[in-house]
Write a protein that binds this ligand. Structure first.
Ligand SMILES: Nc1nc2c(ncn2[C@@H]2O[C@H](COP(=O)(O)OP(=O)(O)OP(=O)(O)O)[C@@H](O)[C@H]2O)c(=O)[nH]1
Ligand SMILES: [Mg+2]
Length: 216
């Protein structure tokens, strides 16, 4: 009983912090995008490519990782403001961690903030960060049943990128089935098959992203 009410209180605090982050983003006219997905699905590769392709906008990055600085170091090579967050043993970012990271970013000068969540398809679902959009990256190499097995994250998301379609045949993955599964779970979801490595489909995502920012 105590555990349940404590848990509820903690979630209320997280929600309030997420709202505080959102206000900060809005006050600074920064469009924040939470990028979720399993370990190795292509989250960092996506942000790297967005940095390369979206030259006309100012991008900042928060790179969440369990213990390493590997992704933050990769992303700093793009010469953008990057703050790394280590969660320790936690399998998700939360609004409190993001709040601290924001203190180290030049928010007023940014158009987009990409937040790489910790590689996981389950834990990030319950933790709003205050972002304007939630995007989930899923790789065909996780198995083409991975979407139907993890419906919650696809319900939370605004867009799903089905990545690594360049190797779909090699790993026996049916991309059409993955698209249909995602749409069945969340008919309002923007589902885009992509190969981040080969730069296929990413322009469609960028168009959608800019459109979403315009509507905000
Ligand atoms: N074949 C193929 N490989 C890709 C593609 N996108 C990413 N990769 C590879 O997948 C591996 C993992 O990519 P990352 O971007 O590091 O994945 P991540 O989701 O950031 O992983 P974590 O941060 O560890 O959770 C790298 O070796 C990438 O080169 C793709 O479209 N096709
Ligand atoms: Mg990464």
């Amino acid at each position: 009983m105590h555990d349940i009410s404590l848990n509820r209180d903690v979630m209320v605090i997280h929600k309030a912090l997420a709202a505080k982050n959102r206000k900060l983003f809005d006050d600074n006219k920064v469009f924040a995008v939470n990028i979720m997905g399993a370990v190795g699905s292509g989250k960092t590769a996506l942000i790297e490519l967005l940095c390369d392709k979206m030259k006309e906008v100012k991008i900042g990055v928060i790179a969440g990782d369990v213990i390493s600085e590997v992704d933050a170091k990769r992303l700093r090579k793009k010469k953008k403001p990057v703050v790394g967050i280590n969660t320790g043993k936690e399998c998700h970012l939360d609004a409190h961690l993001v709040d601290h990271a924001l203190e180290k970013l030049p928010l007023a000068g940014l158009d987009f903030l990409f937040i790489e969540n910790v590689g996981n398809l389950i834990c990030p679902v319950d933790f709003e960060l205050g972002s304007h959009l939630n995007v989930v990256v899923v790789s065909v190499s996780e198995g083409d049943d991975t979407i139907e097995k993890h419906p919650a994250i696809f319900l939370t998301a605004d867009a799903a990128l089905i990545n690594k379609i360049d190797i779909a045949k090699a790993v026996d993955a049916n991309v059409d089935k993955m698209v249909a599964d995602a749409k069945k779970i969340n008919p309002g979801l923007q589902v885009i098959p992509v190969s981040i490595k080969k730069d296929v489909g990413v322009d469609d995502f960028i168009r959608w992203l800019k459109d979403a920012r315009g509507k905000n």
